[in-house]
Design a protein around this ligand. Structure first.
Ligand code: HEM
Length: 423
């Protein structure tokens, strides 16, 4: 059964609208390509429209290899910590990364859509062309980047088999489900679709966001413009707004970027982390062993679709145990510094106060351990790693992903309790 059959009545209404929309879709898409070119001249979007859009190169990993494959090791800790866009160029090969948690994420998406419906997935009618284009670009990306994981069933890319889940996905028209459902059955990322309206502002017009982490519901963001969406974000008005506007105006389909932020929690839930499930001023349960602490990286990408001109924002949570990174130079020191001495509003936004006193003795013991083992010195300056936003060993990519060279990390991985991933 499809996701949509479980969701709420407005979705049923939208499904009917969707069938009608599909009928007109292909001729409109052709027209949109012409109009948007005109529009782009009018709005000054694209100085270099003919710049080729980068294509991924094949990575020949098999479903069996994915079971132990690791994502790039994210360590996005900055000191000094200033709120900035902190975006960097994205290699298209890493737009939709693959790792051993793939199955869990795809299953969780399905469960969350069934249980929570439009709290986590939704779209406005104006987003149709962009959602179709997104579905096609994700599908083509997966087939090209992971030829052994996403295979062609009919010789073209239109009907493909996801070899990881065993599901055949038929993207020929008329579609049986909304394009965002197909996207969610291929990629483990959350997707946000943003369009510029006639008032010149950028609005979120659709989203498939099963893993917001708990600080917001996507239902409350769809239809809002970027400033409203970021109204609770610390220092948005003073440090982010203007550079983001400028970036959105100028962004080309050929220029992909990524960024990463993080917060700490003591679970691995994808939809709502424990740290955001606490009530105001509530503190962590003092029985929680500090070795349970994780940091959740919110790995984000931005790209513009060439046809609809929509901006696609993806977010992908990745969890790492503090125990897992305890022997990486300076990581415990950076975390301790940021949760106690970071910018005040960020400390509040990420709810650091709810657990930091509980975590402090543990972090101190890890810092001392690093000094005792000679990993750092007492006076090693605490500052952003040279390999930011990745771990110090990122250069040592291996065929099965990026594995930590530290024995303590291997031990941690070996003993990682699968129950930790349950909701
Ligand atoms: C360069 C572009 C962007 C930057 C620099 C940016 C920055 C941020 C920052 C700093 C936060 C606070 C959490 C964190 O530390 O990461 C945030 C939250 C958020 N961003 Fe963005 N963002 C960008 C683009 C977007 C886009 C395109 C969307 C899609 C609509 C989006 C949706 C959100 C949402 C939903 C939140 C959570 C807000 C809440 O807590 O209520 N962001 N963003």
């Amino acid at each position: 059964m499809g996701y949509l059959e479980y969701t709420l009545p407005p979705v049923v209404i939208l499904s009917v609208a969707l069938a009608i929309r599909q009928y007109y879709s292909s001729s409109q898409r052709k027209k949109a390509a012409v109009d948007s070119k005109k529009g782009s001249e009018k709005k000054g979007y694209y100085a270099a429209e003919d710049e080729p859009i980068p294509e991924p190169t094949p990575l020949m990993i098999t479903p069996e290899q994915v079971k132990s494959y690791d994502d790039r090791p994210w360590r996005p800790f900055r000191w000094p910590y200033h709120q900035t866009m902190s975006i960097f160029k994205l290699d298209v090969n890493h737009w939709l990364d693959m790792d051993k948690f793939y199955w869990h994420y795809i299953q969780e998406k399905e469960r969350i859509y069934h249980e929570y419906g439009d709290q986590n997935i939704g779209w406005l009618p104006e987003s149709w062309d962009a959602c179709v284009e997104l579905m096609e670009i994700v599908r083509d990306h997966m087939v090209k980047r992971y030829p052994l994981l996403f295979t062609k069933v009919d010789g073209s890319n239109k009907i493909i088999k996801n070899e990881l889940t065993g599901e055949t996905l038929d993207t020929t028209f008329p579609l049986k489900e909304h394009p965002l459902v197909y996207v969610s059955k291929m990629a483990k990322e959350d997707f946000y679709i943003v369009l510029k309206r006639d008032d010149g502002r950028h609005y979120m017009v659709a989203g498939a966001v099963p893993f917001p982490g708990g600080s917001f519901a996507i239902k409350d963001k769809i239809g809002k413009h970027i400033d409203q969406i970021h109204s609770d974000v610390p220092y948005y008005e003073t440090k982010l707004k203007r550079s983001m506007e400028r970036w959105f105006e100028r962004m080309q389909p050929s220029e992909l970027v990524e960024r990463a932020s993080w917060y700490m929690t003591w679970d691995r839930k994808l939809m709502c982390s424990n740290v955001y499930a606490l009530k105001a001023d509530e503190k962590i349960d003092s029985d929680i062993p500090p070795t349970e602490f994780n940091f959740r990286v919110e790995r984000q990408t931005l790209r513009r679709l060439p046809r609809s001109k929509a901006i696609i924002f993806t977010n992908h949570p990745v969890y790492y145990g503090i125990e897992e990174v305890k022997d990486e130079p300076l990581i415990p020191s950076l975390i301790k510094k940021i949760i106690f001495e970071g910018p005040e509003d960020i400390i509040k936004y990420k709810n650091f106060e709810s657990f930091r006193d509980h975590a402090a003795p543990y972090l101190d013991s890890l810092i001392q351990r690093q000094i005792d083992l000679g990993i750092i010195k007492e006076d090693t300056p605490i500052k952003t790693l040279d390999t930011y936003p990745f771990a110090h060993f990122v250069k040592d990519a291996q065929p099965d992903g990026w594995k930590s060279p530290h024995e303590s990390a291997k031990e941690y991985q070996k003993n990682l309790d699968p129950k930790k991933f349950e909701v």
